[in-house]
Design a protein around this ligand. Structure first.
Ligand SMILES: [Zn+2]
Length: 299
């Protein structure tokens, strides 16, 4: 299994267009600090890739990596579709960037599909340009296309809805936000991807124990970071993201796993955006990595 990390930032990116916090200003001064919105490209076959989440940076993310470029025919693309972990805007706005295609395959859970169709009205807006081919995403592993060596399944994480979907008539269940389990069907190797973890349910713990690589929500370093940074009125946990540090944080849970473990989806307030921050050495001692834009994970 080959996975390309297309971005590692939470909503807004690093830098965020209207923000001059230390992380964003640092990224303007040091281009190496920049992070695009969190996304992956996963290889589902020879010259066949799926995007995991479709971010506002999607066009640039495709251009950054030759394996995602079209060719050799003028309108042949290696992008087969998009797999969604949730319906948040920073994970779905990029779908509109794909409207030049004849059809867009979208692999999503029932509540995510419902939110995109009835909250964002994506069907009404996009189908005059491109067909939307919806594929169900559920707990059972399904191959990504007929004969694909890669399978995907969902591990429900939380019932946190996007703000635009607060009033939608839809059941509250854990399929609003899921972790993706990507499995190489030949080798059995597994990657678990969870960019939004409002909770750490038992099913997620079991999936993490069976995974070879675990890439999770590193939005906030501490639970009070949104408050102390002056940009939020709620804790990290209340915003749907378990913090990294502390007794309810995720670092000690990751350190206990046998898998290779990495953080992604960093908010611009996260001190980890500064490569010289002391928080990095603490994570290194625990054996936990911070994902970087452009890295390749081969499993
Ligand atoms: Zn900022």
């Amino acid at each position: 299994m080959r996975v390309r990390v297309l971005g590692t930032a939470a909503g807004g990116g690093v830098p965020q267009w209207n923000c001059a916090c230390p992380g964003c200003s640092g990224a303007r001064a040091h281009p190496g600090w920049r992070r695009r919105h969190a996304s992956l490209a996963v290889q589902a076959g020879e010259g066949r890739w799926y995007l995991v989440n479709a971010t506002p940076d999607l066009g640039d993310q495709v251009e950054d990596y030759p394996e995602l470029h079209p060719g050799p025919e003028p309108r042949r693309t290696p992008l087969a579709g998009v797999i969604l972990t949730d319906a948040e805007l920073d994970h779905t706005l990029g779908i509109a960037r794909l409207r030049e295609a004849d059809g867009i395959e979208i692999v999503a859970t029932a509540p995510v599909r419902h939110a995109l169709l009835t909250g964002l009205h994506l069907g009404e807006v996009l189908t005059p340009y491109a067909r939307l081919d919806w594929r169900p995403l559920g707990p059972e592993d399904r191959p990504l296309g007929e004969g694909s060596p890669l399978a995907v399944g969902a591990v429900p994480v939380s019932a946190k809805r996007p703000r635009y979907a607060a009033g939608l008539d839809a059941p509250d269940d854990g399929a609003w936000v899921v972790a993706l389990r990507l499995t190489d069907r030949a080798t059995g190797r597994t990657l678990l991807y969870a960019p939004a973890l409002a909770a750490w349910p038992d099913a997620f713990q079991r999936a993490a124990e069976h995974a070879d690589c675990v890439l999770v929500d590193g939005t906030f370093w501490s639970d009070d970071e949104p408050l102390t940074s002056g940009f939020g009125a709620r804790t990290a946990t209340a915003m749907g993201h378990l913090p990294i540090e502390g007794p309810d944080g995720t670092a000690h849970r990751l350190a206990a796993l046998e898998a290779r473990t990495l953080y992604t989806h960093l908010n611009n307030t996260n001190p980890l955006n500064d490569p010289t921050a002391p928080q990095h050495s603490g994570l290194r001692k625990l054996g936990v990595e911070v994902a970087a834009d452009g890295m390749v994970i081969d499993l």
